[in-house]
Design a protein around this ligand. Structure first.
Ligand SMILES: [Zn+2]
Length: 351
């Protein structure tokens, strides 16, 4: 005779309903970081269900507008949780080291670090790429591609029910896009030098670092600076795994927020703003664990604990490199000498 099993009860570690684990993790780091962290709720996102989520930005280091800065962004696409987790892992690393690391304190006298780990909490909550209005934030900026974009994927205005929706023509940007642009405008664009890294996942097998443009195949003005940044990264990390390239090498898109912000930065002479997008090659995680194909989150995230740990560890070195590179930009940003030769090399490599 079969014995009837008692109904399964969830383990005690289950996250309570109505709570986003990444947001909980962020609020815990904010609490642990104490007064060294300048915390702001930039906007709030309201869902139809009445739930509300804050969009946080956290600043650390010298507040002077004259020092260089780096911004770290994650969770722009709600499905790509690993992006938010990479940024959270680095924020936690900084917040904990603030308690004892003298060299970190010295570094932070000369640089500003800005974190927005969860730009799209409503999308993350609903496990959608888009925000709660169905808008893909990386297609939401008022930038029109100059050449043909791939059907749908390059951004579309047909329906919020289809992926890659840009939003209503003429409508203001979504609150999440506004929050990101406001933080970049206030914390990065007015400085003599700044970097940004926006962490995503889901494209291809290899990890890629993209720089603008996405709306055209034309090279950006600061190609020499990007080439020099790539050089110092390769010199120090000879067994790195990133493909570094303009996003337009892979595909063009309308409405890219980083194109929009980069173009804004170019309106101010003498300012250097280099935005990078990390696209973690998630297909490799599927290859190693094909069952992930059957889970919506699985296409964009490692899912298995040891693999997730490895992903987080691997990218920490990149995030820390960018903090150091911003801090020391005067030592490596190329001057006017050899300008034409360097640009020719960069053009030959990338275009
Ligand atoms: Zn993405």
């Amino acid at each position: 005779m079969l014995r009837r099993l008692p109904p399964a009860t969830p383990p005690s570690t289950t996250v309570p309903e109505n709570v986003l684990p990444e947001l909980l993790a962020l609020e815990k780091i904010i609490e642990q970081g104490g007064p060294d962290l300048q915390v702001r709720v930039v906007r709030e996102v309201s869902l139809a269900s009445g739930q509300r989520f804050p969009i946080y930005s956290i600043g650390i280091g010298n507040t002077s507008p004259h020092v260089p800065a780096v911004g770290f962004f994650g969770g722009v696409h709600g499905l790509e949780r690993i992006g938010a987790e990479v940024v959270l892992a680095y924020l936690q690393n900084i917040a904990m080291r603030l308690r004892w690391d003298t060299t970190l304190h010295q570094q932070l006298e000369q640089v500003r670090l800005v974190f927005m780990p969860i730009v799209n909490p409503g999308g993350m909550w609903a496990a959608t790429r888009a925000n709660p209005n169905g808008v893909d934030l990386m297609r939401n900026a008022p930038v029109q591609a100059l050449d043909r974009v791939p059907f749908l994927m390059g951004g579309q205005r047909l329906s919020a029910g289809l992926p890659w929706y840009r939003g209503h023509p003429g409508a203001p940007m979504e609150v999440e896009s506004q929050a990101l642009c406001e933080v970049v405008g206030a914390e990065l664009l007015h400085r003599p030098f700044s970097l940004a890294l926006d962490c995503h996942s889901g494209f291809g097998v290899r990890d890629r670092l993209w720089f603008p443009f996405a709306h055209t195949r034309k090279p950006i003005a600061h190609l020499n600076e990007l080439h020099a940044l790539k050089d110092i990264f390769l010199q120090a990390h000879s067994n790195h795994q990133y493909i570094i390239e303009p996003q337009s090498t892979q595909y063009l898109a309308h409405g890219d927020l980083w194109d929009y912000l980069y173009l804004q930065s170019c309106e101010q002479a003498g300012r250097i703003f280099l935005p990078l997008t990390l696209e973690m090659g998630s297909w490799i995680w599927i290859k190693k664990n094909p069952r992930q194909l059957f889970s919506r989150l699985g296409i964009f995230n490692p899912l298995i604990d040891h693999r997730q740990q490895r992903v987080l560890r691997r990218h920490l070195a990149l995030l820390d490199f960018l903090s150091r590179a911003a801090c020391s930009h005067q030592r490596w940003v190329p001057g006017a000498e050899h300008y034409a030769q360097r640009r020719a090399n960069a053009l030959a490599e990338w275009y």
